[in-house]
Design a binder for this molecule. Structure first.
Ligand code: PEP
Ligand code: MG
Length: 739
């Protein structure tokens, strides 16, 4: 290691240093061959230096990622240790290298930040496996080498990048909106500059001290965790605690220290290896665990290097756009929402926990934005255009200008909504309209008062289950529901029982993948087949609402019996609690969600049994039109403002009126002003909307005269045109409806 450090310190050009390194490794590991392959553009691996193979092959031999043993190591980012390399099925013979006499082979990936930058190989003539310590040592050297290549600027030179140059990144919009602001790197970059240690024992002691502190930190976080965030934070933090106490992790770091690395470098090496192993996995559960693990590694690195814990609150600009490779939901909630303008992650998909939280916070967010963390620096200007799936880093002035205009228009609109937010949603002819909001996390409940909504018309209980690493226990569920009820006070909240299964995956339930998840074993279907799960939830709700009003509704009801069985289960739980002397809710309202067309034709039987009906248009429309709501190719193909959909909802509304059952619309549809106008025209008076839609829809409601509107909408439907959108726009124009 010391000699390696000497080579690095000596300078010289890159080739000279690479040559010296391979000589040094071959000599110190007592191998006949040591070669290094570096990644070139377009995923080729070029033999850049060798000791022991034919020197003429240097810069001549090239393998693709995935080709031969070297390509295999690069592709899977994991070492290969072979006693007889030529007999391996992936072996690719390259005559120009003259490697015929060499049988034993060890290759390790050269990784930097989890990215593969090359492959380092040693070979010997006798047939034997290398010892684990030798493989470890080679990995350590590979890490030092990766650092050397990057410090000497070769990597950046290859990219030809100026750090302040304008760059456009493509991502995937996971929420909505537009954001302009300044970059804040979520994890202040801890550059591990000292890789080689002087004293392994001292490094080991530093590691133990830091690990102790890390465990204490996590325990403290758990102990002081505010109950109001219980649902979102606690389980995530518990997963951290599990990792923090994982002996395997500690042992791997120790092993790396034993090869001559500093404690920081050892943590980074173990993290790189983990990222390389799990980074490409599709399994959402494993990816989430990797995020937890990376987060802990970073915390440990910051403790070791004495750096700030996280992007510090007081230094946070008022227009912060957070950038991170990955982020857990709890970490996002740690930031002051008032200062956040947006979030960009290199990884993360629509269903990711952090995306669920970002949606609840109404925060513009891009996921899947590869390469942005390494390219960006704190304080740089950045624009997020979620609609176009783009992030402009260091945007040129014309782009800034264009977006500033858009942002100004948006801000003006927002101001208009803010002005009417707390006015009642009453139409011009005095009809009261109930505008509730959809919620699912405690942050949604916290913002109820500020949103201008009357109540919570749909509380999606599955979100608590989705952001946690394991099934929330009864007392944890109860705590969350109690906190929700405490916070809403006099207002109403309608709890929807678990709507999981299908694409709302809870990895810890270990459910089998389905071919058509939306139409699969989900929601109430699953609840009735596996009653234990929903019984615990019902019990938690009943206990949390002791002495108060409880409203519960069941999702995806397809047959009358599904509703009656679910309701009976709820009352059986209530009776059981009462029998054991527990206080039960003062009143219980039970409703069904209308999300499946078959239920429309059972409304005459269902409505006498329910206290209210809630139309989940997101699902109802996808089943009505047989168009997957999550697939952009189908989701916008059929318009709600068309005769069949409007007729369907007119029929539902009429049936509910005839049975005197309150009905609300709780899908995203009701949040679009023109659609909301059409629904008002059909006679709907209750809506539960995404938070951001309350302002725009309230403005529409307050501009409407329902008598005139109902008449016009009814008239338009008599024209027998299948496409009603143009007619609805004409009505809005003619009646001065604000959209
Ligand atoms: C719906 O389907 O309209 C609904 C509100 O439920 P979710 O979007 O949670 O499926
Ligand atoms: Mg639904």
């Amino acid at each position: 290691m010391r000699r390696l450090r000497q080579v690095m310190a000596d300078g010289g050009d890159r080739q000279e240093r690479l040559d010296k390194i391979v000589q040094l490794i071959a000599a110190s590991m007592n191998t006949a061959v040591c070669s290094v392959y570096l990644r070139r553009e377009r995923d080729d691996l070029e033999l850049c230096a060798t000791e022991g193979l034919n020197p003429d092959a240097v810069h001549q031999t090239v393998l693709h990622v995935g080709e031969g043993l070297v390509g295999d190591i690069a592709q899977h980012k994991r070492p290969l240790n072979l006693a007889d390399a030529p007999s391996h099925p992936r072996f690719a013979y390259r005559p120009e290298t003259g490697e015929d006499p060499f049988l034993s082979f060890v290759g390790v990936p050269v990784l930097r930040g989890g990215d593969m930058t090359g492959v380092l190989v040693v070979q010997n003539s006798e047939k034997r496996n290398f010892a684990d310590q030798e493989v470890e040592a080679l990995q350590t050297v590979a890490m030092v080498m990766a650092e050397m290549l990057s410090v000497s600027g070769e990597e950046t030179a290859a990219n030809g990048s100026d750090p302040d140059a304008a760059q456009l990144f493509k991502g995937r919009g996971l929420t909505e909106g537009l954001a302009m602001g300044h970059v804040v790197l979520h994890e202040p970059r801890v550059e591990v500059t000292r890789l080689i240690s002087d004293d392994a024992e001292e490094e080991d002691a530093r590691l133990s001290a830091a690990m102790y502190k890390l465990r204490r930190n996590v325990d403290d976080l758990l102990a002081t965790e505010d109950v109001s965030h219980a649902g979102e934070h606690l389980q995530v933090l518990e997963a951290y605690r599990m990792f923090a106490n994982d002996r395997g992790w500690m042992r791997r770091i120790r092993d790396a220290i034993a090869t001559g690395l500093t404690a920081e470098a050892a943590v980074e090496r173990v993290n790189n290896a983990m990222r390389a192993r799990l980074g490409g996995r599709r399994d959402a559960y494993l990816r989430d665990r990797l995020h937890d693990f990376e987060d802990l590694s970073n915390r440990l690195l910051r403790i070791l290097s004495g750096r700030a814990e996280l992007a510090s609150e007081d230094k946070l600009p008022r227009d912060a756009i957070l950038l991170a490779r990955t982020m857990g939901p709890a970490e996002l909630l740690d930031y002051d929402r008032k200062k956040l303008r947006g979030l960009v992650l290199e990884e993360s998909a629509l269903g990711a926990h952090v995306a669920i939280v970002a949606r609840a916070l109404n925060l513009p967010m891009l996921g899947d934005t590869r390469g942005i963390v390494n390219a960006a620096r704190d304080g740089q200007e950045i624009i997020l255009d979620i609609g176009s799936d783009e992030a402009h880093l260091n945007p040129p002035s014309d782009i800034v200008e264009a977006y500033s205009n858009r942002a100004r228009l948006r801000a003006r609109r927002m101001q208009r909504y803010a002005r009417i937010k707390h006015l009642p949603a009453i139409t011009r002819d005095g009809q009261e309209v109930r505008l509730d909001k959809n919620a699912g996390l405690m942050v949604d409940v916290d913002t109820l008062g500020d949103s201008g909504a009357d109540n919570i018309g749909l509380f999606r209980t599955e979100l608590q289950f989705m952001v946690s690493a394991r099934l929330p226990r009864q007392n944890e569920q109860e705590e969350v529901y109690r906190a929700v009820l405490d916070k809403v006070g006099e207002r109403d909240v309608v709890f929807r029982t678990l709507d999981v299964g299908g694409d709302k995956v809870l990895p810890y339930l270990g459910l089998a993948a389905e071919e058509n998840p939306a139409m699969g074993w989900r929601a109430t279907r699953m609840a009735l087949d596996r009653p234990a799960l929903v019984r615990v939830q019902l019990r938690s709700l009943l206990r949390a609402a002791a002495g108060r009003k409880l409203s519960v509704m069941f999702p995806l009801i397809t047959t009358l019996e599904e509703f009656t069985e679910s309701r009976d289960m709820l009352f059986a739980e209530r009776d059981r609690l009462a029998k054991f002397g527990h206080k039960v809710p003062a009143t219980i309202d039970v409703g069904a969600m209308l999300e499946v067309p078959s239920l429309v034709f059972q409304l005459d039987q269902l409505l006498p049994q329910v206290d209210f009906l809630c139309v989940g248009t997101n699902d109802l429309m996808q089943f009505f039109f047989a168009a997957d709501r999550g697939n952009p190719q189908t989701s916008d193909r059929y318009d709600f403002l068309s005769l069949p959909a409007m007729r369907l909802l007119a029929q539902v509304r009429d049936m509910c009126a005839a049975h005197n059952v309150p009905v609300s619309i709780c899908g995203e549809l009701g949040g679009r002003p023109l659609e909301a106008m059409a629904l008002l025209g059909l006679g709907y008076r209750r809506f539960s909307l995404p938070s951001a839609s309350i302002g725009p829809v309230k403005r529409t409601v307050r501009s409407v005269n329902t008598k005139r509107l109902e008449h016009a909408v009814w008239g338009a439907m008599q024209k027998n045109r299948s496409d009603l959108r143009p007619l609805m726009s004409e009505i809005a124009d003619a009646q001065g409806v604000k959209l």
